[in-house]
Every structure is written in C-alpha cells, then in structure tokens.
Design a protein around this ligand. Sequence first.
Ligand SMILES: [Mg+2]
Length: 224
Amino acid sequence: MDKKKLVSFDLDSTLVDPTYTTFVWEIGIPRLYATKYNISLSEATSRVKTEYERIGDSALEWYDIKYWFEYFKLPGRWENLLEEHRDKIRPFPEVKGVVEDLVQYYDLIVTSNAAREFVEVEIKEAGIEDYFTRIFSATSDFGQVKKTPQFYQQICNIMATKPSNAIHVGDHYEFDYVVPRSLGIKAYYLDRDGRKPKASFTVKDLREFANLIKYPKASIDSCQ
Ligand SMILES: [Mg+2]
C-alpha cells in the first residue's frame, strides 16, 4: 500500500479557538503580577503588556511562559496557571468529526508556533490528542518563532515525506499558506471570517477543507 499522505494542521484559531491562550497571557499572568506586587489588575496589565512589547514576538522568550514566570518572579508554578484555565479550551465545532474522518485516510500532525506546553494542554483538553501522529512546535522544537520554509522542510524530513505529498491548513495567510506553498506543500488558507475574497485555496471551515482534499474534483465543480 502507498504511504499515506500527510495532513498538517495549525493549532490556534484553526483547531482550537484562541480564548484560552489570550486569557493566560492577558489576564492570568497580569493577575499573578497584581498579587505579587500588590497593585491593581489594570496597573499590572499595563506593566505586563509593556514588558511583552519590549521583548517582542520575534524573540523566543515572548512565547515562553517559564521565562515570564521567572522574569516577573510570579508566585506559584506556570503549570498550575495552564491547568487552572483548561475549561477555556474549546475546539471549533467541526474539529472532532473532521479529524475522526481524516485519520482513516491520512497521517495527521499539528504544526504550531506556540510553545509545546500550550500545544499539549490544548490538544489534550480538546479531546483530539489520539488522532495526531506528531505535534511540532516551531519555538520549542526548532528554536524558530515563525513557520519558515526550513520549519516545514524539517517536518517533511522527520515525517519522511516529500512536500508534494503533504497538505497543510491554517488561519495565517503568510505562515500557513504562502510559506508552505513555496515548498510545494498543498496548503489551504482557513478564512473563517471571510477576510479575503474566496479562492480555490481558501476554506471557511475544516469540513470544507476535508471535503476538498478527499474529493478535489467534486468540490471544485460545486464551487463553480
Ligand atoms: Mg493560527
């Protein structure tokens, strides 16, 4: 039998809605900071955000919750903060059905630029961890803050797959569509809110994506 094709999913805003990560960074950490330094939450939020901006999202530390706990000398353990707010992790409604379906025909992986600590807790809490062969974090596994061509190439190498045998979907136009396409990966842009004009490579949800990759001809015809 031929080797199964690889299907790669972005995580945040693709499989899981961003409420959880936003909450941890923008409310969870400022709350601990406010407790530690005995200041108001709004003052803590403003100081924490200033420090996030000073480091900036092109630095690896920006993504690293362990770094911020140490830097701010926050009380308690970072693991507890991630655990405490697990109830805010929500997969998009179609996700479970789509991965259950696609896993019969493809090898499924997750490729995220979030740190591994976040990726693992999100996938587990979303109840979809068993469907994925591997989980890759650009920051934790490769020391890269963005999904570069090298990031996708390394993943293909590790998965022993040619880019032409891989498919990727995600909600960032450049890092989930333009970059993987430049390597020859069949990438799709997930545009849940209809931000860009509809094109053959855009999908409005993961059900449409699944249909498009399983039945390419039928989906193209039905769009015309
Ligand atoms: Mg995303």
